[in-house]
Design a protein around this ligand. Structure first.
Ligand code: CUA
Length: 318
């Protein structure tokens, strides 16, 4: 853990035992409740087992058969009623929370709607109320319910932000729904939790919980990027238009085959898991399949210099 503690840009390590949202807190309560009951039963059963083993063991010189007992109403009632009570204690909150987690916030006035589309191997986030499409970084306001619709563009993936909420599968052609919130500002790591191909392990994303004002500023910046057109990146811009724009849009309102790159330079990571600097960006464009095996991003025929031009241009997108 200490080794990983320095990775500021990737956020805190995902940990469902340290919930930072109300859904994750409720889920941890259920985990603790069932674990507590299980450990309690285990301890009592083993204690009785060892007590009987020792107390009624065969002693030296003891050859007669001990007194045989058949049927005991009190014991039978006890071992029927106690598990029944334990099951009730487990079942009532489980059923309650199962219905609570299934609540639909899509039409809810105070909820932020986000449509998530999972791709091999990246995450697309659409904010229908703001006309924003982005990828890999899910900005949300703190203390606000986020209503999430999930689908997949190719195979089954699973959306999981351990500190905020349990997993939800993303399926092709079938919409799954969930909701969560974040009670503290911060960067929460998300993962794909369903084996989906060669780069499943690299299919990370982040939930970035910020204040309402910061969220609105982010929305405004996504809607009006206002990139500074620097003279020395015009060649890269031209190359990007010709070679990359068939898949990658740079305005947040336009969908595309690949991740939307609006304000790309503001993102912390390349391909979702490497520092977003010239070196890694260069490697990613040069040999996408080496960085992320099985990626649908093709190896575009470009010279080293051309890649450098594109990298320089992409870094002005902020
Ligand atoms: Cu997507 Cu695993």
């Amino acid at each position: 853990m200490l080794l990983l503690a320095g990775c500021g840009i990737t956020g805190t390590e995902p940990n469902p035992l340290e919930p930072k949202g109300s859904v994750a807190e409720d889920q941890l309560f259920l985990i603790k409740l069932s674990l507590g009951i299980m450990i309690g039963v285990l301890v009592i059963v083993f204690a009785l087992f060892f007590y009987v083993l020792i107390r009624y063991r065969k002693r030296r010189g003891q050859d007669d058969i001990p007194k045989q007992v058949e049927g005991n109403h009190i014991l039978e009632i006890v071992w029927t009623v106690v598990p029944l009570l334990l099951l009730l204690v487990l079942a009532v909150p489980t059923v309650y929370y199962t219905f609570k987690f299934a609540e639909d916030y899509r039409e809810h006035q105070d909820a932020l709607q986000v449509n998530v589309t999972a791709h091999q191997y990246w995450w697309e986030f659409e904010y229908p109320d703001y006309g924003i499409i982005t990828a890999q970084e899910l900005y949300i306001p703190v203390n606000k319910t986020v209503s999430v619709d999930l689908i997949s563009a190719d195979v089954i993936h699973s959306f999981w932000v351990p500190a905020l909420a349990g997993k939800m599968d993303t399926l092709v052609g079938m919409n799954n729904h969930m909701y969560f919130d974040a009670k503290e500002e911060g960067v929460y790591k998300g993962k794909c939790a369903e084996l989906c191909g060669a780069s499943h392990a690299l299919m990370d994303f982040k939930v970035i919980a910020v204040s309402q004002e910061e969220f609105e500023a982010w929305v405004d910046k996504m809607q009006n990027p206002g990139y500074a057109i620097a003279e020395d990146t015009s060649q890269g811009q031209e190359l990007f238009k010709n070679k990359c724009m068939a898949c990658h849009a740079i305005d947040a309102g336009t969908p595309g085959l690949g991740p939307n790159l609006t304000n790309y330079a503001d993102r912390a990571l390349v391909a979702g898991f490497r520092p977003n600097d010239s070196e890694w960006l260069h490697r990613w464009i040069d040999k996408p399949d080496e960085m992320k095996p099985g990626t649908t991003m093709p190896e575009v025929p470009l010279s080293e210099d051309e890649i450098t031009e594109i990298v320089n241009y992409l870094q002005t997108l902020k």
